[in-house]
Design a protein. Sequence first.
Length: 164
Amino acid sequence: MDFLIRKALPEDLTDAGRITVEAFVGDGFTSPTSDYVKLLGDAGRRAREAELLVAVDGAGAGVLGSVTFAVGGTEWADIATPGEGEIRMLATAAASRGRGVGEALVRAAVARSRELGLAGMAFSTQPTMTTAHRVYERIGFRRTPERDWEPMPGMRLMVYTMAF
């Protein structure tokens, strides 16, 4: 692995926000005119109000991807209960895909949940994010359809969970 996973530093925030917007908009998961784009791009807010983990290139080429980690019951957790961790806004730069960056970020969030003594994790994903689904399942997450939900009419999100 030629990259490192760590908490975001101030100098990572611009790239983390840009990569997140590019991944969600560029891959067709979010409309470029959506209000959500502003939230995706505001990595500074995510780092202040939750935990922002980044993958950085070992050769100094910068941020390769990021994920927001939150404890259930906090502002950034959509679906996790207070005893669970949650990931949000997992994104990998297009040029970094296929290197295991996304999987390493998810594994780091799992480790963070365990470090905090949480009972497991729960998070939402769009049905069309099939590449990410394969990563989640390989790590040990399972679909939990009874927890699926709609943040807005017509936008159905799937839930994945893992108990520790």
